[in-house]
Design a protein around this ligand. Sequence first.
Ligand code: ADP
Ligand code: ADP
Length: 232
Amino acid sequence: MLQVKNIEKYYGNQNNVTKALDRVSFDVCDGEFIAIMGASGSGKTTLLNCISTIDTVSAGDILLEGENIADLPADRLARFRREKLGFVFQDFNLLDTLTIEENIGLALSLNHQDPGKVQNQVKAVASKLGITDILEKFPYQVSGGQKQRAACARAMVAGQSLLLADEPTGALDSRASKNLLEIMTGMNRDMGATILMVTHDAYSASYAGRVLFLKDGRIFNELLKGQRNRSV
Ligand code: ADP
Ligand code: ADP
């Protein structure tokens, strides 16, 4: 599904180079829930930005479903992101002027899908996540937990291949964090979502089936749930 091959990322100029990623390689299989863990400055955001096509790598390749994202022409990137990638942001990023239904269906509408079809897809995913009764409401009219569910619904409504979450629990208290992680676990286990989550928090990472540890831009360890960690 996702192949990250020997990627490197440098920032700066000839006099002052920061190596943010140093020969990072890993694969994500269909249906996996994988966490990338590391301290601040270890390269997590850079890695996620490269995978999400927001930033470009200095060397190496990233393939999503066999397609090298470096080869995508600039005018296809926005569409590629909407079709292939779902995002769960720290603050959920729901738009206040749109209903929950419109928020969830936004990427589909922007891709000029037929409104009736959009509505059907939104209803299907909303039903799976238990938020059918709030579709007509605006974000400020629903609870925090419902907003979480709406953000998760938006991230997979189009059948996106890969769901990317950047410190999704970073702004939440422990109860809300647990809720969100359980929703994400359900999406992975029951709805087939493939999830890549970046976090500095061991509790969040404990929900993933596999954890990659990033340090100074390199993967230095890998932990598979139920197994002892092995150095790589
Ligand atoms: P995170 O959201 O992962 O905490 P930040 O975006 O706050 O990461 O930045 C992480 C590190 O990267 C910080 O040490 C910050 O100083 C550095 N950084 C971020 N953007 C820049 C930049 N444009 N130039 C130099 N350093 C940057
Ligand atoms: P994390 O998300 O794990 O906090 P980052 O990916 O933000 O780490 O940063 C990795 C390294 O790259 C850090 O040394 C950071 O200072 C540097 N860095 C990140 N963004 C920039 C940037 N835009 N310009 C220069 N250096 C950057």
